[in-house]
Design a protein. Structure first.
Length: 128
């Protein structure tokens, strides 16, 4: 696990296609999509240039609530977030917080971390 807790995986797809694949997978699994923040789109609206960068915020209150009850400060990092961005080489990168990092950062009980450990497998499935 990196020191900053951030995991990054290369996507073979564009930012938009990666986003669509992840959204479809989350929706099919009944995961709530709370928000999509289009950082690059907002930058463009004010005349600034930014490589395609989008943040997807999602979760499952049934899974996340027990974690926040056990470790209230975890609410700063939940719902889960996945950043999908184009790097300087034009490749799409998918970044998210390591569940282990969040567990250490907030003192989440071992038996509850499984509730958010799904993010890695979901990202991997979306990138197939």
């Amino acid at each position: 696990m990196p020191a900053n807790g951030l995991l990054q995986v290369a996507s073979p797809y564009s930012v938009d296609e990666t986003l669509q694949r992840l959204q479809s997978l989350l929706s099919a699994r009944g995961v709530q999509l709370f928000a999509l923040i289009d950082h690059s789109g907002e930058a463009e609206k004010v005349g600034l240039k930014m490589r395609p960068t989008k943040l997807l915020i999602f979760g499952n209150p049934k899974g996340g609530t027990p974690l926040m009850v056990a470790a209230p400060a975890l609410a700063i990092d939940l719902p889960l977030k996945v950043l999908i961005a184009e790097d300087e080489n034009g490749k799409t990168q998918v970044s998210y917080n390591s569940p282990e990092y969040l567990q250490q950062r907030h003192g989440v009980p071992e038996d509850l971390i499984k509730n958010i450990a799904v993010v890695g497998p979901l990202v991997a499935k979306a990138l197939e």
